[in-house]
Design a protein around this ligand. Structure first.
Ligand SMILES: [Fe+2]
Ligand SMILES: [Fe+2]
Length: 190
């Protein structure tokens, strides 16, 4: 796991616990989008074999998370909502540089950082929940987002030199902390 520059705030956790239903609905949408993003990388880089294999697996796993979230929503009599703009992901994507190589590296690193933040947030949430199925579920989700971060980082390292990867990741992590701190506090994943 990369060292994220800052932990998520107490206020964020309180907002989530204060309107857990809203959080679950948003979380379900995030899993669906994560699966779609993995597939969009496949369609963008169809000839990069290692990437395609990794993204096919990732898309399946994120879709599985989405499915688990649908069951969870159903068990609470909740329904999916239309997606709202994800300011966090949009702001991070604005950091992606143009130019074939820079664009590719930044896409991998930004995707990896989103996974790392998911890991951190789901982990924090799990520890705040009562022992039981829901806590176990969030612990498991947190672990799998950590593995997803590692997948993107491994891909970046296999297509680019290590110092280039680490330097750019460090810059993006700095930006991520600024972006996170500027976000309104709401009961959503980001
Ligand atoms: Fe996921
Ligand atoms: Fe993930």
């Amino acid at each position: 796991m990369p060292k994220l520059r800052i932990a998520s705030s107490k206020e964020w956790l309180e907002a989530v616990l204060g309107d857990f239903d809203a959080f679950l609905i948003d979380h379900a949408g995030c899993e669906r989008k994560a699966s779609a993003t993995a597939l969009s990388l496949v369609s963008h880089y169809p000839d990069r074999r290692e990437l395609v294999q990794a993204m096919a697996l990732l898309a399946r796993e994120e879709l599985e998370h989405f499915h688990q979230m649908l069951w969870l929503l159903q068990s609470r009599d909740l329904v999916l909502q239309r997606d709202e703009k994800d300011l966090y992901v949009q702001s991070l994507r604005r950091e992606i540089r143009s130019g074939a190589d820079d664009y590719f590296l930044d896409r991998l690193l930004v995707s990896g950082i989103v996974e790392a933040r998911g890991c951190e947030r789901f982990g924090q949430l799990a520890e705040a929940l009562e022992p039981g199925k829901l806590r176990d579920f969030y612990r498991e989700i947190s672990r799998s987002e950590s593995r997803h971060h590692a997948v993107f980082h491994r891909l970046a390292r296999s297509y680019f030199d290590s110092p280039v990867v680490e330097q750019r990741q460090s810059e993006l992590l700095d930006r991520e902390a600024e972006i996170l701190q500027a976000l309104p506090v709401r009961p959503v994943v980001h």
